[in-house]
Design a protein around this ligand. Structure first.
Ligand SMILES: Nc1ncnc2c1ncn2[C@@H]1O[C@H](COP(=O)(O)OP(=O)(O)OP(=O)(O)O)[C@@H](O)[C@H]1O
Ligand SMILES: [Mg+2]
Length: 290
């Protein structure tokens, strides 16, 4: 499913007559099917507001632009949100706080049952086992446990299983790695990478961690005061040093190393992944330029 936002704007507090805050201002953005798409920007720039539009948690006001997610027209009041939500899975920051059922099985099965009222028990078991195994947990060992007796990392995996169990085409994660230790973070991102090549077609992540963005995303959009300030590959986005600084963002480690080497007269090509950086560096060595 391709995602297209055209002149999308959103203001909080319009209905309630509270002090209104313009959180999105004429956002134009296309996310292609198959993208591992990063959304970055300083705090309060509109990232969460934007992604909450993608499964209709925040509705588009018809006069405030357009949003299409595959065949779904989000500005249409009659848009079938239930079907949309089975296709666009949303994982919030600290998803483990959303766990509630008595067992891991029931927790993961919940979304599936609510999306498909007629689904058989055997199909539920099959799908729940598949989702739990996909997130790297042992189904037999964990299915009857209480979600509350699991570790933080395990809880987060169970929460993701509860979203991917309905086999969404698009998975949206708002700050998915927050609060995990470095090893947990890496494992979690590798899980997302696996999901992207097997289960889910498109992944959209909101993150403040530029190393994650440069390592995993093929495309990035930078939000600033509700607008899109930059969009492109990580390499393109982080090439504009002054702009990145002006937007209050950090550079990924690989970009910093490239810059430091450039200041010493060594131009390193390649992309901003660690692998890309190392390959470009060894090529320079082979060519005797290092
Ligand atoms: N429920 C709300 N009611 C009123 N204003 C809100 C609400 N949620 C967000 N805002 C405001 O809208 C703007 C955009 O907020 P948003 O949560 O989308 O930012 P963000 O980029 O996700 O920030 P962060 O990186 O801190 O998560 C901010 O000015 C914020 O204060
Ligand atoms: Mg946010």
């Amino acid at each position: 499913m391709q995602i297209i936002a055209k002149n999308l704007s959103f203001t909080y507090g319009k209905q309630t007559k509270a002090v209104s805050v313009k959180a999105l201002n004429n956002v134009n953005l296309t996310i292609e099917e198959g993208d591992f798409f990063g959304i970055i920007g300083h705090t309060g720039s509109g990232k969460s507001t934007f992604v909450q539009h993608l499964n209709g948690l925040i509705r588009v006001n018809g006069k405030e632009g357009e949003l299409r997610v595959g065949e779904f027209d989000l500005a249409d009041k009659k848009c079938d949100l239930k079907t949309l939500r089975s296709k666009v899975g949303m994982v919030f920051q600290y998803p483990e706080y959303q766990l509630f059922a008595e067992t891991v099985f029931e927790d993961v099965a919940f979304g599936l049952k609510s999306f498909n009222k007629d689904i058989s028990q055997s199909e539920i078991e099959l799908r729940v086992a598949e989702a739990i195994t996909t997130v790297g947990l042992n189904y037999q060992r964990i299915k009857d446990k209480s979600p509350f007796e699991l570790s933080g990392g395990q809880k987060r995996r169970v929460a993701i299983a509860g979203v991917i169990v309905s086999r969404p085409e698009v998975l949206v994660l708002d700050e998915p790695a927050a609060g995990l230790d470095p090893v947990g973070k890496r494992e979690f991102l590798n899980l997302l990478k696996r999901l992207h090549s097997s289960f889910v077609k498109t992944i959209i992540i909101v993150s403040h961690d530029m190393n994650i963005i440069s390592e995993y995303c093929n495309k990035v959009a930078v939000f600033n005061r509700g607008e899109i300030a930059l969009v492109g590959t990580p390499q393109e986005v982080f090439a504009d040093q002054n702009k990145i600084k002006e937007l209050g963002l950090e550079f990924p480690l690989t970009a910093r190393l490239k810059l430091a080497l450039k200041n010493k007269g060594v131009e390193v090509g390649g992309d901003l992944t660690v692998e890309g950086f190392v390959t470009a560096l060894s090529k320079l060595k082979e060519e005797g330029k290092l």
